[in-house]
Design a protein around this ligand. Structure first.
Ligand SMILES: [Zn+2]
Length: 241
């Protein structure tokens, strides 16, 4: 596939080993325009970057080489990994985001993303569970790529995980409270097994993690409350891991 090189100076001086590349992190740019996004990701003043940027027409830019550590994840955690810049490839999708006018991702943009992900997954043997959104790895700080991101469609193309339920089946369980303490505990255990990180007994962090989970797997209702639908999805996902 055609990739245009566009140099960003924002990466660690020290090269990393190929073995340390374990995770793909998907972002949206959340800026006013494509031009602003590229110039910021390439400006030493801002100290941010990503390996790839995909514009709304599906054009792919390489800003930082895979073997360099780009600065896209910030404070983050996923499963056994901490501070994910060193372990991940960051891909930015041009989208104004929640601050400037969040829009659906364009077909061409997603189709380029799928191509890039397939190449990276094969090259670095990335596990399906390790294709994540920024909000998954930094739930207290980030909400990108957001609830409009087509995770289900990507999973159909074997990129990232998804549950096996139909929407119609799940709908019946939406807003149905879970009352048993053991169900609540099970949900939290499943969330951790999937990869979400949060300190034990901290309600604020837990609610943020639940919202991130919902943003990805149950985007119809983002309330931070575990209901039977959330429990069913988490249980189903964790069985696949
Ligand atoms: Zn991000």
């Amino acid at each position: 596939m055609k990739i245009s090189n566009y140099f960003s100076p924002n990466f660690d001086k020290k090269k990393r080993s190929i073995d340390s590349i374990r995770i793909i992190v998907i972002h949206y740019t959340g800026m006013q325009s494509e031009r602003v996004s590229i110039s910021r990701l390439c400006d030493p003043k801002f100290k941010v970057s990503s390996h790839f940027l995909i514009n709304q027409k599906g054009k792919v830019y390489r800003l930082v080489k895979d073997r360099q550590v780009a600065w896209h994840a910030g404070k983050s955690c996923w499963g056994k990994y901490r501070q994910l810049n060193k372990n991940s490839i960051g891909i930015e999708l041009v989208n104004k985001g929640h601050r400037f006018g969040y829009t659906n991702f364009k077909k061409e943009q997603i189709s380029s993303l799928i191509k890039i992900c397939k190449i990276l997954i094969k090259k670095y043997k990335i596990k399906m569970r390790n294709v994540v959104g920024h909000s998954d790895i930094s739930p207290t700080r980030k909400i990108d790529p957001g609830e409009k991101f087509p995770w289900k469609f990507l999973a159909k193309k074997n990129i990232g995980i998804w549950h096996s339920f139909s929407n119609n089946y799940l709908k019946k369980f939406r807003k149905i409270k879970i009352s048993k303490q053991k169900d609540k505990i099970r949900f939290v255990q499943n969330l951790k097994k999937i990869g979400y990180c949060f300190p034990a007994n901290n309600k604020f962090f837990l609610i943020k993690a639940i919202r991130s989970f919902q943003r990805r797997y149950r985007s119809e209702l983002l309330n931070g409350i575990v209901d039977k639908e959330c429990l069913a999805i988490a249980e189903n996902l964790s069985k696949k891991l």
